[in-house]
Design a protein around this ligand. Structure first.
Ligand SMILES: *Cc1c(COP(=O)(O)O)cnc(C)c1O
Length: 362
């Protein structure tokens, strides 16, 4: 063990003990009054994170995974991933500090935000984080000034028109601008060591990876021609994280492996890495939350005359968390969380009218 976790971080459970078993224990004997008061909380199955890692290694044996800290920065997740040997992709100073505090060496950290605050660039310089990404001249100039020994990764735009969360309008240099940026870097004596891209999160089209890998090859050629020692290809994120997407994951990885074999064959001396967020953590986390109210509503807003008619109705449950808090992914990422009924408090079913009826549950 590398020493990120200690024995006190663990509680022994029997084989097969699940998140639901744990929730059952935690809510055992809790009255409705109690569960009503307790804030929503997450339960994490860190074993699921470990399983994801081994699946990744099996499917993409040539790729070294980095974890995108912004996705979920719980200490448990970070320590487990550090123990498994992952590197970390940080978007700002706070994330770099966080992973350095648990003992991750600077050599395993990438400051991968193409748009950086100068103070954060200086933090990276002071603390030995040398790998930084950029996608425009202004950023390049900022790094030249504040972190002259940085090694830069050029972030290129992708065709992310199919992705749920589109990033290329915000990040990524167009292929056309790459030569100019690489020339500029050369003039400023900045070492450009590689190319990165991010096809956007939850991209349904695996060909997007193949296209971007082909584009990266072109940029490698230009870089080499201008005298940059290019040796890092960063495939970014976008890998699905929800349970039941194993087939799709394998479909994506087989497209990637073929494209790598074609454009960056085994003996080409290029270090291939990916920065995954959702892939590692999505399926590991379960939110425990109480239903606080129930309302029967008409499916269609009736006109005044129809108000008493027998229009179809549905039941709306209110929770003590919403889209401005924990459920913001419903708005930002179009996620659709699946509710699982864990426990019915007897007070709910015996109330008149009952606050909860099992037959109403989807
Ligand atoms: C968020 C982010 C990732 C991870 O994205 P996922 O789709 O969650 O894997 C990777 N790279 C960068 C630059 C990011 O901002």
């Amino acid at each position: 063990m590398a020493g990120y976790l200690s024995e006190t971080d663990f509680v022994m459970v029997e084989e097969g003990f699940s998140t639901r078993d744990l929730l059952e224990e935690l809510t055992l004997g809790a009255s409705q009054a109690t569960t009503d008061e307790v804030a929503a909380f997450f339960v994490a199955d860190l074993g699921a994170v470990v399983r994801k890692h081994f699946c990744f290694l099996k499917c993409l044996p040539r790729v070294r995974p980095f974890y995108a800290v912004k996705c979920n920065s719980s200490l448990g997740v970070l320590k487990v991933l550090a123990e498994l040997g992952l590197g970390f992709s940080c978007a700002n100073k706070a994330e770099m500090e966080l992973v350095q505090r648990i003992g991750v060496p600077a050599s395993k950290i990438i400051y991968a935000n193409p748009c950086k605050q100068i103070a954060h660039i200086k933090y990276a310089a002071k603390h030995g984080v040398r790998l930084l990404s950029f996608d425009n001249e202004i950023e390049l100039a900022k790094v030249v000034k504040s972190h002259p020994s940085a090694r830069m990764v050029l972030c290129i735009a992708t065709d992310d028109s199919h992705s749920l969360s589109r990033l290329s309008f915000k990040f990524g240099a167009s292929l056309k601008s790459c030569r100019h940026l690489l020339e500029n870097a050369k003039k400023s004596h900045v070492e450009v060591v590689g190319v990165s891209f991010h096809i956007g999160s939850d991209c349904p089209d695996p060909q997007a990876y193949a296209q971007s890998i082909a584009d990266a090859r072109l940029v490698f050629e230009i870089g080499a021609e201008l005298g940059h020692r290019m040796h890092i290809l960063d495939l970014g994120g976008g890998f699905p994280g929800v349970e039941g997407t194993k087939v799709r994951f394998e479909e994506i990885t087989s497209v990637i492996n073929s494209a790598l074999d074609l454009y960056f064959p085994e003996d080409c001396g290029v270090d291939i890495l990916a920065k995954l967020g959702r892939y590692y953590v999505t399926s590991a986390f379960t939110l425990a939350i109480s239903i606080i109210a129930k309302k029967e509503v008409l499916l269609d807003q009736p006109s005044r005359e129809e108000e008493n008619s027998s229009a179809p109705k549905t039941i709306v449950y209110h929770l003590h968390e919403g889209v401005y808090g924990i459920f913001n992914s419903v708005l930002f990422d179009n996620t659709c969380p699946t509710p699982i009924l864990q426990k019915i408090s007897p007070e709910l079913t015996s109330a008149n009218p009952p606050l909860f009826a099992e037959e109403d549950w989807p």
